[in-house]
Design a protein around this ligand. Structure first.
Ligand SMILES: Nc1nc2c(ncn2[C@@H]2O[C@H](COP(=O)(O)OP(=O)(O)OP(=O)(O)O)[C@@H](O)[C@H]2O)c(=O)[nH]1
Ligand SMILES: [Mg+2]
Length: 473
């Protein structure tokens, strides 16, 4: 950042329990912010800086809710000095006054130069105290924006709130702090530009930094996903046994271990993705109906994720044939639309998809006697698609979980639980995207360990584009 970069600073203020801390948590992507159903949770200001590349780019200040807004407003209206002096005098006069304890806390950062983000729960009616808060904030003369954070789906009062806001704020935005996506956060930052001209260049830089950071996270996620696919598809375990009678139990144990090890590889990657998107404190549970709760090797997983039978037959034909000319991502029109519009039916016949099929163990005789039981590498292409779908679904779950969202039950992620429809992304991949996956699968499965860079590059591009599409970036 250049020297003249001013770190924009915003105090998030409002009535107790309206969702101020939730807004701070979501905007700063910090899940350590204290949020509670009980009003009065935040009792002191706390600064939440947003760091990108080790540099602070913007900071949000969480504040306690107003305690006596009508009385504070009355004091300000009666104040005789200049506008500039008003806040400072209020703070000096009431420093030790318990009646204005919270006002002193919340007005301090504003007096020090922070912009104002006023948060209200727009699903409830407007009250006199709200009007007093708005008027008081207007009297401070500081740049200010109002955020309508609807806790309920109720929109009956929205227009009333909006028409009141127009009188007091430079900018108004509806922003659901529990559901806000990446693009909604960017849109909010963008509209902050209009509240104060001097912050415009800095906020533009902040937005660029946010976008660059997101791009980097998606690139890193892409690398992680490629590593996951490669490590899982090529994973192999062997065990020798000396008698035929042992064989069955060795095979069963090895198959079980294989599944556990694959599960561990997958979990590690999912954990890294979670960290990348700054979900540090809570273990964000999946919705109860999510297919991700099913075992990777369950037949339901194999039926609802990955390709459908027709696509699989074609995939088998491609991977069975010669590799042929490498596919050019741009020429394949991949940048214009990876997904086909047609919804994919899951198709019946779990035997065809059966998770068990892909973990089939091989038994080979050993020269010096005895046998070797081998599980992996996996030769079933559906394995790649199922793994990819599970990670893409996990990614979508993580990136769409706003950091301020804490109450698991109140805002369930709606995930399709219809058993006749595919629930992943890959069944909607168009022909060219599937070709890239098929060739990648064939390439990583090669015995000679050599890799075709072109095939790998195409797979990286495909996954990156998929992540960009999922996140709307
Ligand atoms: N359903 C729903 N609940 C929300 C939303 N935003 C906040 N909440 C809930 O509202 C309660 C209060 O949220 P906080 O963010 O702690 O509110 P606050 O304004 O900081 O409250 P104080 O610090 O007590 O002044 C918590 O239980 C939140 O989970 C929302 O958009 N939807
Ligand atoms: Mg709070």
């Amino acid at each position: 950042m250049t020297e003249e970069f001013i770190i924009p600073e915003f105090a998030i203020v409002g009535h107790p329990n309206e969702g101020k801390s939730t807004v701070v948590s979501t905007l700063s992507e910090d899940d350590s912010v204290r949020i509670s159903q009980i009003p009065g949770e935040t009792v002191e200001c706390r600064v939440f800086p947003v760091m990108i590349d080790g540099e602070e780019v913007i900071r949000f200040i969480d504040t306690p809710g107003f305690q006596a807004p009508k009385k504070a407003l009355a004091w300000m209206k009666a104040f005789k000095g200049s506008d500039e002096q008003m806040l400072k005098t209020f703070l000096d006069t009431h420093r030790n006054n318990p009646d204005f304890r919270d006002e002193c806390h919340l007005l301090k950062p504003i007096a020090d130069g922070a912009g104002i983000i006023y948060v209200v729960d727009g699903s409830r009616p407007l009250r006199k105290a709200d009007k007093a808060e708005m008027e008081l904030l207007r009297l401070t003369g500081r740049p200010r924006m109002a955020i309508i954070n609807c806790k309920e789906d109720e929109t009956l009062y929205l227009d009333i709130w909006k028409s009141e806001f127009i009188k007091h704020f430079n900018s108004i935005r509806v922003f659901n702090a529990q559901k806000a996506t990446y693009s909604e956060r960017i849109a909010l930052l963008d509209s902050l530009k209009s509240v104060e001209q001097v912050w415009q260049p800095s906020l533009e830089k902040v937005i660029r930094a946010f976008k660059r950071d997101w791009e980097r996270r998606n690139l890193r996620s892409t690398e992680l996903i490629c590593e996951l696919l490669q490590n899982c598809v090529t994973y192999q375990i062997k065990k020798n046994c000396t008698s035929k009678s042992q064989m069955e139990s060795v095979r069963d144990k090895l198959t079980e271990r294989y599944k556990i090890e694959i599960g561990k590889i997958e979990q590690k990657v999912h954990f890294k993705i979670r960290k990348l998107f700054k979900h540090n404190i809570f273990n964000y549970e999946l919705p109860a109906q999510s297919i991700l709760n099913d075992d990777l090797f369950s037949s339901r997983t194999w039926q609802l994720l990955g390709l459908n039978p027709g696509q699989l037959t074609m995939a088998a034909a491609i991977t069975g044939g010669a590799l042929g000319a490498a596919l050019d991502v741009a020429a394949a029109g991949l940048t214009f639309g990876i997904f086909t519009a047609i919804g994919s039916a899951a198709g019946a016949g779990s035997a065809f998809f059966g998770g068990e099929r892909m973990t089939k163990a091989k038994v080979v005789g050993l020269k010096l006697g005895g046998w070797q039981v081998i599980v992996g590498p996996n030769t079933n292409i559906q394995f790649l698609y199922v793994l990819l779908d599970r990670t893409l679904l996990y990614y979508a779950h993580i990136i769409n979980w706003a950091h301020g969202r804490r109450d698991y039950d109140c805002a369930k992620v709606s995930q399709n639980s219809d058993k006749s429809v595919k629930q992943g992304y890959t069944a909607s991949y168009d022909d060219s995207a599937r070709k890239i996956c098929n060739r990648y699968f064939k390439d990583i499965g090669k015995k000679d360990q050599s890799t075709n860079d072109y095939v790998h590059k195409n797979m990286v591009l495909l996954i990156k584009l998929t992540l960009d599409k999922i996140s709307g970036s």
